[in-house]
Design a protein around this ligand. Structure first.
Ligand SMILES: Cc1cc2nc3c(=O)[nH]c(=O)nc-3n(C[C@H](O)[C@H](O)[C@H](O)COP(=O)(O)O)c2cc1C
Length: 200
């Protein structure tokens, strides 16, 4: 597609309407993830981020697990809307990126650098967010649409069981993606001059 960085940043949006078609090969998707994990910065270069890329039946399985957990805890009338969202939006996509942070790494840093102990869990979240943003934008750049979801911690145990996830990995966010079928609406952007101050 060859979007510039600026264009990709401008174009990235939240897409709920997505299909299970892919504009690129699975190898390219994997490469996007691996490049992000190699190059996105982390506090003290801790490299605490872990990613699980779910494609095909694995992607569907994730959303089925999520749906069945929510079915058990939501009142019947509220569950209908959730079920529509999962089946019609997230589960209908091509894949899902699961973002984890390795707590063994975070706790190791807390022990080694006791002075910053309180900061490491916060920085781990920052690092995860940077990965989320880069991968979200890079998927947009090749023609996907994605949205950011947070069904953790509700789904953590069952997901860990299903994919034999290291128990020290903490699930932070989920990014379902696919080919856009519905374009996002216009976004309200708050006055920029109140949010960015420049002193020359
Ligand atoms: C930290 C963070 C958490 C978010 N959590 C969710 C979420 O749980 N579910 C969801 O549908 N969107 C979530 N979003 C998406 C935002 O609602 C969305 O990015 C925002 O409304 C701006 O729209 P845009 O993504 O189209 O630019 C999240 C975004 C961020 C940055």
């Amino acid at each position: 597609m060859g979007l510039s960085f600026k264009e990709a940043v401008e174009k990235r949006r939240t897409y709920y309407g997505i299909s299970n078609a892919s504009p690129v090969s699975d190898a390219e998707i994997q490469e996007i993830i691996e490049e992000a994990v190699k190059n996105v910065p982390s506090a003290f270069n801790s490299q605490s981020t872990r990613i699980v890329l779910l494609l095909g039946e694995n992607h569907k399985k994730f959303w089925n697990i999520t749906k069945e957990i929510l079915r058990k805890i939501l009142p019947t009338d509220a569950f209908g809307a959730t079920e529509n969202k999962i089946d019609g939006a997230f589960g209908a996509g091509y894949g899902t990126v699961l973002f984890y942070e390795d707590q063994e790494v975070v706790e190791g840093l807390q022990k080694t650098f006791a002075l910053y102990s309180e900061n490491f869990p916060v920085w781990s979240q920052h690092t995860s967010a940077m990965h989320q943003y880069v991968i979200w934008t890079a998927l947009e750049e090749v023609g996907f649409g994605a949205s950011l979801q947070h069904y953790n911690p509700l789904v953590d145990t069952e997901v860990a069981k299903a994919w034999d996830i290291n128990p020290r990995w903490k699930l932070i966010a989920q990014l379902p993606f696919g080919t856009p079928t519905v374009q996002p609406g216009e976004k309200e952007i708050a006055p920029i001059e109140k949010r960015v101050l420049v002193y020359r």
